[in-house]
Structures are given as C-alpha cells and as structure tokens.
Ligand binder design. Structure first.
Ligand SMILES: Nc1ncnc2c1ncn2[C@@H]1O[C@H](COP(=O)(O)OP(=O)(O)OP(=O)(O)O)[C@@H](O)[C@H]1O
Ligand SMILES: [Mg+2]
Length: 301
C-alpha cells in the first residue's frame, strides 16, 4: 500500500493544529480509512494528553519510568522520540486512539527532545505509508528545521490559521517555506472563526490558496480535550465537529454521510464549508454580508 500523508502546519502557535489533526483523523477513520496520527511537535508533544493516550519513554530514567507505569499500567513503551532516536521501530510506537484510529505520541520528557533526529521522520512516514491509507502529521508552530521536514515529505500540507491578520501573515511565511521545501500546499483551514475580533478576509485572499474549511469557535473543543477524545467522537453532531467531518470527507474526495448533513435546503451538501466560503468570497457585493457569514459560507452570522 502507498498511503497518503497529510501535514498539519501553522505559522503561529496555538491556532488549532492539534485540534484539527485529531478531528481530521477521526473523520477519515469514520470514512472507513485506516488512519494513523503522528504527534510531530517534538518540543511540546501534546496529542497524548489531548487524546488521553500516554506512553512512557523507553529510555527515561528507570525511576521516572516506573512512576509513570504504575499510574498507567496499559501504557506501552515506545514514543515517536524513541523511534526518531533509532531506539524503537515505527510500528512499536503505535497506540489505539479513541475514535477508531491509531496514534504515535511524542515523549514528554525534556531529554527526549535532544535525542530525536527530525530527519528520521522520512523513514517513519515511509513505514506508515506502507501500513495505513492515511497518515496525519501534527507539527509544532513556527519556522524551525523540525517543522520543515513534514512540510517537505507530505503529499498534502494543510495550513491552519485563525482569521486574524497577524496569524494569517505568519501563515504566509509557512506557506512560502512549504513551497521552498517542495511541499504541496492543499489550502488553509480557518479555525476559531467568530470567537474573537475578526479582521477583514482580505488577508485570507492574499494567501492565494483555497480555503478548505472554516471551523467555528466552540467551547465543546475544550470539553472534548478534557474528556480525552476527538470532538467528533465526544459530540458527533456539534457544529464544529460537523465542519471537521465535512472537511475530512472532502479531503478524501467524498461526500459526508447523509445523517450528519445540515438541513439540505440551508446548506447544500455538495458545497460544504469550503465551497460555500469560496462562493462568499466571489460574491459581487461581499460588504452586504457580515464577515462571519462570509467566513463561514452563511453557516454562522
Ligand atoms: N474551534 C475551536 N473553538 C474553541 N477553542 C478551540 C478551537 N480550536 C482550538 N481551540 C482551543 O485553542 C487552543 C489551541 O488549540 P490547539 O492545541 O489545537 O492548537 P495548536 O496549534 O496545536 O497549538 P500549539 O502550537 O501549541 O501546538 C486549545 O486550548 C483548544 O482547546
Ligand atoms: Mg499542537
């Protein structure tokens, strides 16, 4: 098998990459794909915490390791950091995630960071391509050597940004970087739409890449993190979950299942969040519509 690899990246940190990676993994698993999510935020791995999957690093100090093990007897040993350090095989680091997909979490000890060789991600991605239809790589924010590796090896780079100008400007840098390393940028996913002061979408247009989806600000995201589950699993019919579901199916060139679609008269399923967004951007009199409405294709606002 030659699976498809998506990298989820952003310029600014804290814009919703991990939330997006986790929920796209759950959506694509719902679409019956075999999916593995890789936490490639080498400095601040947190997918394990968000999904309540914890692993002890194989090479942590014995005392530390035993303490962790006694807290969680089901935890296996290997983390992505062990694999990148050449101390474990890729598939040994795979764990089950809530939501019918697999996950490779990162180590959380400070010494893990120094051991990991970011360039080994290429081998990890090849191992996973052979086993899974979809690999989703969650990355850290910013422009460092670590973050460029997944941008270069992914089949599709998904940029994540909030709709604020500052975040979008940083997104532009990541876009440029992705292109320099030969990354194939699929488009941008806007997150937390409607939650804070929203600037004009001109900055979105300036990026010159398709808007793949617009995810509304939703308090249920934090609740799902507390529950250790993807939002799609925690609250399947929640509006932000619906948006992630549509996005996940659309990235696989499929239509989302009927039972999860919005009222068809209000939101034709074929358009989806991204399609409706593009239509809104092409509107001849965009000022007539509220910005939120434009950002969400009439879904909100
Ligand atoms: N649609 C949303 N509605 C409300 N809160 C959200 C939404 N998406 C993400 N958040 C919240 O925003 C914060 C950052 O999200 P997340 O961890 O996914 O971002 P990140 O880009 O991965 O951050 P980092 O760069 O630190 O890895 C979290 O507290 C999360 O709960
Ligand atoms: Mg993150």
């Amino acid at each position: 098998m030659t699976g498809r690899v998506f990298a989820v990246a952003s310029g600014k940190g804290g814009v919703g990459k991990t939330t997006t990676a986790v929920n796209l993994a759950a959506a694509m698993a719902e679409a019956d794909r075999s999916v593995v999510l890789v936490d490639y935020d080498l400095g601040m791995a947190n997918v394990g915490a968000v999904l309540d999957v914890r692993r002890s690093s194989a090479t942590s100090s014995a005392a530390h390791q035993n303490a962790k093990r006694s807290e969680d007897v089901d935890a296996a040993d290997a983390t992505l950091h062990d694999v990148l350090a050449g101390e474990a095989d890729t598939l040994d680091a795979v764990a089950d995630a809530p939501g019918e997909f697999d996950v490779i979490v990162g180590g959380t000890d400070i010494e893990d960071f120094g051991r990991a060789d970011p360039s080994k991600l290429r081998d990890v991605a090849e191992d996973l391509r052979a086993e899974y239809e979809v690999t989703i790589v969650d990355t850290g924010g910013g422009l460092s050597h670590d973050t460029t590796v997944p941008l270069g090896l992914a089949d599709d780079v998904l940029l994540v940004s909030t709709p604020q100008v500052a975040a979008l400007e940083n997104t532009e840098k990541t876009l440029e970087l992705a292109r320099r390393v030969g990354g194939d940028v699929e488009g941008v996913i806007l997150t937390r739409v409607g939650g804070r002061d929203v600037d004009t979408p001109d900055a979105v247009e300036d990026l010159g890449v398709p808007v793949l989806g617009a995810i509304p600000e939703d308090g249920a995201v934090a609740d799902s993190e507390d529950a250790g589950e993807p939002l799609i699993v925690h609250a399947p019919e929640n509006p932000a979950a619906q948006c992630y579901r549509e996005l996940g199916y659309e990235l696989l060139d499929e239509s989302p299942p009927l039972s999860f679609r919005d009222d068809e008269e209000d939101a034709p399923a074929a358009a989806g969040a991204a399609g409706a967004f593009s239509e809104a951007m092409d509107d001849e009199e965009p000022e007539q519509r509220s910005l939120l409405s434009r950002l969400t294709g009439g879904r909100l606002g």
